[in-house]
Design a protein around this ligand. Structure first.
Ligand code: GDP
Ligand code: MG
Length: 163
């Protein structure tokens, strides 16, 4: 069976953009409006000849602020049930938010590899933006760009090694 990577994170951090890049598909809908991805989406990916499945949980996060808590619990539940590794995506441009902290707390009991991806770090000088996120207490932290692919090679090398 192929390993499963579950992408979690609050709306608008770039989960679907990352999913599309990993799966080279347009299956996942990317939009500026938070919560636009309606369903849980599965895709196939491959790195250095190793195949894995990717799940974009973005569709579970509704537009309504009130429902965020329940939706995030659901994201995390899917991750616990299905993931061999988690890609927890945060937005390096907007910095750490209370929702990021809540997701990190919910993920604490996950015993398999958990990669914290500080996205929207489109150029090397933005590497510093990840400093804000060390306090989430997640060891594997990467500044990446889902849009231009920056540092995704290093991330996927480490992912494959950890599976
Ligand atoms: P999701 O709600 O987490 O699935 O986020 P999306 O993938 O829909 O992206 C939300 C917005 O962030 C879109 O306007 C994307 O173009 C933008 N975005 C995603 N990844 C990056 C990135 O690496 N760099 C920059 N600058 N913008 C990004
Ligand atoms: Mg999405």
């Amino acid at each position: 069976n192929e390993p499963v990577i579950v992408i979690v994170g609050r709306p608008n951090v770039g989960k679907s953009t990352l999913f599309n890049r990993l799966t080279r598909s347009k299956t996942s809908i990317v939009d500026d409006a938070p919560g636009v991805t309606r369903d849980r989406i599965y895709g196939e990916a491959e790195w250095n000849g190793k195949k894995f499945r990717v799940i974009d949980t973005g569709g579970l996060v509704p537009n309504s602020q009130d429902l965020f808590e329940a939706a995030i619990k659901e994201q995390v539940e899917i991750a616990f049930q299905e993931a061999d590794a988690i890609f927890f995506v945060v937005d390096g441009k907007s910095g750490l938010t209370p929702l990021d902290i809540e997701i990190a707390q919910n993920l604490r009991k996950f015993t398999k590899p958990n990669f914290l991806l500080v996205n929207k770090a489109d150029s090397p000088e933005l590497e510093i933006i990840k400093n804000d996120f060390y306090r989430l207490g997640i060891e594997k932290i990467y500044d990446i760009s889902a849009i231009n692919g920056r540092n995704l090679g290093d991330l996927l090398d480490d992912l494959i090694e950890s599976l």
